[in-house]
Design a protein around this ligand. Structure first.
Ligand SMILES: [Zn+2]
Length: 460
């Protein structure tokens, strides 16, 4: 596969068909900010909804939460974000562009910290844009800062959360006190997070505003390994469900020296993006670090008492952490399929490259396209009735322009699993033709049975 071309093609398709638009485009766009269009919001919601189903509602040991984005600033003092959540920043003395120093090292294939055998002489690293000399490295805190209320002074500084996990930890006691839960149990949250990245890159891969899906799974420290393995299995199932190919996924065991000091085990799920193998998800055993920190900073007792042994302790935590936008991008890249010469044999559609977005059916933004064979009123009437009926349960579109072959292609390109064709026979036999996106098989189905048919096929 010509990798560099694929990302361009996917970005192009995303824009052209209304999955993702550059943010505020009429004003020239805002760097690295994107808006999800009519198809994008459906796909994104489907990703989040399915995640919630798999990670929360189908399980017996999980509950959900939706915490505020702006939290008490002490949260970030306790978590260490205020002091440590920074990236190494260098500035070019000539053109004044700013860069992440560790990225410049990576570009020179020097892995910072990981590889201590290669000496790094900062003088070897120059501005990648103009070759100018760089300043010394400064630590740049990535939290977005703003003011709460009408007075802009240091006492009113607040931060947009840099991760959703904080909201879960500060609510641990509330959830425990109100939900009659026993260990092990987890709290999940989906929501926006913000990081003022020095450099953004690669479409929606690294943006300053993004969405996370996180779980904090509270356990007794003894036997943490089995919980870790179990979540590892859930994450593998999730990747499989998304349609990510096994050969594109790499599980990286993070070595002790590269892990956060409190973590006893961390595995990164990396995906082979066209622009390189990069982190997609993370799974970490964080011990009792977070609750310890929040207990200390808040002065509140966050301990759990075992109802049987009466033993009192701070639960430990396993954290599966997933990005919505990165999932979205990986799903699009995995689903994007080009078929040379096209695959249609029954129509006279132009024989060029045909694009099929092979999305898992449950994720497809549009489930059914209703296509009357002609614009004649008697067909429109039946077709509109079918559309209105199906729309109660499925996201559907209606398309009556261009040849049927072209209309199939339009739907294939956005991953619509089923097309319903209404023809003149439909008026007589009250049946329509249902075409499957992947097999291209066509089946004659009674109009009255359509809703039930799709219900079953789409596993709703
Ligand atoms: Zn420069």
């Amino acid at each position: 596969m010509e990798e560099s071309r694929t990302i361009e093609k996917v970005v192009n398709l995303a824009k052209r068909r209304g999955f993702i638009f550059p943010s505020s485009e009429i004003y020239g766009g805002l760097s690295a900010a994107y808006d999800y269009g009519p198809l994008g919001v459906e796909l994104k919601n489907n990703i989040k909804r399915t995640w919630w189903k798999m990670f929360v509602s189908e399980r017996l040991d999980m509950v959900g939460l939706d915490a505020a984005i702006i939290m008490h600033p002490k949260t970030w003092e306790a978590s260490g974000h205020l002091d440590n959540f920074s990236d190494p920043l260098v500035e070019c003395k000539k053109c004044h562009r700013r860069f992440r120093y560790d990225h410049l090292l990576e570009d020179k294939t020097i892995v910072p910290q990981h590889d201590k055998t290669k000496p790094i002489d900062p003088k070897d690293i120059v501005c990648p844009e103009c070759g100018g000399e760089l300043t010394d490295v400064k630590q740049f805190n990535m939290m977005f800062k703003t003011f709460m209320g009408p007075v802009e002074d240091s006492a009113s500084i607040v931060y947009l959360r840099p991760e959703t996990a904080g909201g879960i930890f500060v609510n641990f006691k509330n959830v425990l006190d109100t939900q009659r839960l026993r260990l092990p149990f987890g709290i999940a949250q989906i929501g926006k997070a913000f990081r003022n990245e020095i450099t953004t890159e690669n479409f929606i891969f690294r943006t300053r505003e993004f969405e996370q899906m996180e779980v904090e799974y509270f356990i007794e420290p003894k036997g943490w390994e089995k919980h870790f393995d179990s979540w590892l299995g859930v994450m593998r199932d999730w990747c499989k469900f998304l349609g990510l190919k096994k050969e594109d996924l790499v599980e990286v065991e993070i070595s002790e020296k590269d892990r956060a000091f409190y973590s006893k085990r961390t595995i990164d799920f990396e995906y082979k993006f066209p622009f390189g193998q990069k982190e997609l998800y993370g799974l970490a055993y964080r011990t009792d670090y977070d609750l310890t920190q929040h207990q200390k900073a808040s002065g509140q007792d966050l301990a759990y008492t075992d109802p049987v042994t009466r033993e009192k302790f701070l639960p430990h935590v396993i954290e599966p952490s997933l990005g919505v936008d990165r999932s979205f991008l990986a799903v699009l890249l995995s689903a994007y399929t080009e078929i040379d010469g096209g695959r249609s044999t029954t129509t006279k559609a132009i024989k060029d490259v045909e694009v099929v977005l092979k999305l898992p059916y449950q994720l497809a933004p549009i489930k059914v396209a209703v296509l009357p064979l002609s614009k004649k009123e008697e067909l429109s009437k039946v077709s509109q009735d079918i559309l209105l009926k199906l729309k109660k349960n499925f996201v559907c579109v209606y398309d009556e322009t261009a040849s049927i072959g072209k209309r199939y292609r339009r739907q294939d390109e956005i991953g619509t699993p089923y097309c319903v064709t209404v023809d003149f026979d439909s008026l007589e036999d009250k049946k329509v033709t249902v075409r499957d996106r992947d097999t291209m098989e066509q089946e004659r189905i009674a109009i009255d049975e359509l809703a039930a048919y799709f219900q079953e096929k789409l596993n709703y």
